[in-house]
Design a binder for this molecule. Structure first.
Ligand SMILES: *Cc1c(COP(=O)(O)O)cnc(C)c1O
Length: 432
């Protein structure tokens, strides 16, 4: 049969690869025709609330007029130009905006294509910095378990070794140093005893590997894909001291947590310290076009610059793509042009209130909320395909991961729409 005779969905299922799927057993899939605000419209006209913000990036809703018009205007002027030897207003204007909202010490920006690449860039910066300081042996990384940093090779090497399937890629992945995830949760009081708060284990790991470790990389406060786990920021303050003592760089992956999602502009803002390198992505363009960046401080940027070869060895073809820069600048203006703190707080309060009844359900292990993140943790693994099957009925698109039924709603979600999302989550917690 020629492919012309296949329906759109049939073609998709027979020829297109989807994220983390088996091509021999493709899961249920909707054909989406349109997005607007919190809604996606399917082929059959059904409108579903995108409770995932399309994997956490569509923070201000689909097809936000300010963001799409910024892209349109840029498209008519300069869709792309190489960044070697050339620069442009969208890159510069976005840079100015980023410096206004990011931690003060991070003044150097490297624009790149996706979150995973920004992690690659961060890890490369750390290695080049250490080399420039005369520490050629420092090329490995330390991290905490249950983390997620992307799917490219170096990023994958610091993902959780079990869920990241390190055994599958054995021999192909760089060796890294893992310590248990920070044990004190965000809601708990900090415990001073280093044996209990995780710092003794971290010290032991970093000291043992100090001559080999270039950087300590982790997601600050919220571990996303690795389990939607919220931990105490004091762990990060103390990690900062340890890293300073041992000459190890501290890298925060804020790809999931950035731009107000946690209730703070960045999860770093929960801390009293700042990292040496930060990775930003996902919500950077409000989900309208793939883009990310890595930011660092003078110590690292000038440290690399002062060493040999001095140049930083990375430069993607689409570096600082003007369309993406314009989209990001517009998305950040949308974010800061509203009282985002109050909005996220209101979403947070409503999630807390409306998800609370899930605690009484037999298979629910925990319910937790931070900023505009709401999680029902089940005692068992939940099928994303089964949730897909119930989406029409609930009017809500949810894609549970592991044991977690969760939402990261767009900030434009109305109270009524949010109630529909939480009702959908409770329904899943009951049914699945
Ligand atoms: C999604 C994510 C990444 C990877 O970003 P991509 O754009 O998918 O490459 C890295 N780190 C964290 C914390 C993420 O949530």
């Amino acid at each position: 049969m020629s492919t012309a005779e296949l329906s759109q969905l049939e073609f998709d299922q027979q020829h297109l690869w989807h994220p983390y799927t088996n091509v021999a057993k493709p899961g249920p899939t909707f054909v989406v025709k349109e997005g607007e605000g919190v809604h996606i419209t399917l082929e059959d006209g059904t409108r579903l609330i995108d409770a995932m913000s399309s994997w956490w990036c569509m923070m201000h809703g689909h097809r936000h007029p300010a963001i799409t018009s910024a892209i349109h205007e840029q498209l008519d002027r300069l869709p792309h130009v190489m960044f070697g030897g050339l620069t442009h207003d969208p890159a510069i204007d976005l840079g100015r905006k980023l410096l206004q909202i990011t931690p003060d010490s991070l003044t150097w920006i490297f624009y790149c294509d996706s979150g995973s690449v920004s992690v690659e860039v961060a890890m490369k910066m750390a290695v080049q910095y250490q080399h420039a300081q005369g520490f050629e042996g420092r090329s490995q990384f330390a991290t905490v378990r249950s983390g997620y940093h992307g799917d490219t090779w170096k990023a994958m090497s610091v993902c959780d070794p079990d869920t990241g399937m390190h055994h599958l890629f054995q021999g192909a992945l760089s060796v890294q140093h893992f310590v248990a995830r920070p044990p004190i949760t965000l809601g708990q009081d900090w415990v001073e005893d280093p044996a209990q708060n995780g710092i003794a284990a971290l010290r032991a790991l970093l000291e043992a590997g100090a001559d080999k470790i270039a950087g300590f990389i982790l997601e600050p406060v919220v571990q996303g894909t690795g389990g939607m786990y919220f931990y105490h920021p004091e762990y990060l303050n103390q990690a900062r001291s340890l890293c300073d003592e041992l000459g190890i760089l501290l890298i925060f992956d804020e790809i999931a947590t950035g731009f107000g999602r946690t209730g703070e502009m960045f999860a770093t803002d929960f801390c009293t310290v700042e990292p040496d390198i930060i990775c930003l992505g996902k919500g950077l363009t409000g989900g309208h076009i793939s883009f990310a960046c890595t930011m660092t401080n003078d110590r690292v940027a000038l440290g690399i610059g002062g060493g040999s070869p001095g140049i930083f060895m990375h430069g993607p073809t689409y570096m600082a793509n003007p369309l993406a820069c314009a989209a990001a600048k517009a998305a950040l203006d949308v974010l800061t042009g509203q009282d985002w703190r109050a909005r996220v707080a209101a979403i947070s309060d409503q999630l807390t209130q409306e998800l609370a009844p899930a605690r009484a359900l037999p298979n629910v292990r925990d319910v937790r909320v931070l900023g505009a993140i709401g999680v029902i943790e089940m005692a068992h693994v939940v099928s994303a395909d089964a949730a897909h099957g119930l989406a029409h009925e609930m009017g809500v698109f949810l894609r549970p991961f592991g044991k977690n039924i969760y939402t990261m709603p767009p900030f434009v979600t109305t109270p009524e729409q949010l109630s529909q999302i939480t009702a959908g989550m409770l329904h899943l917690a009951q049914e699945l």
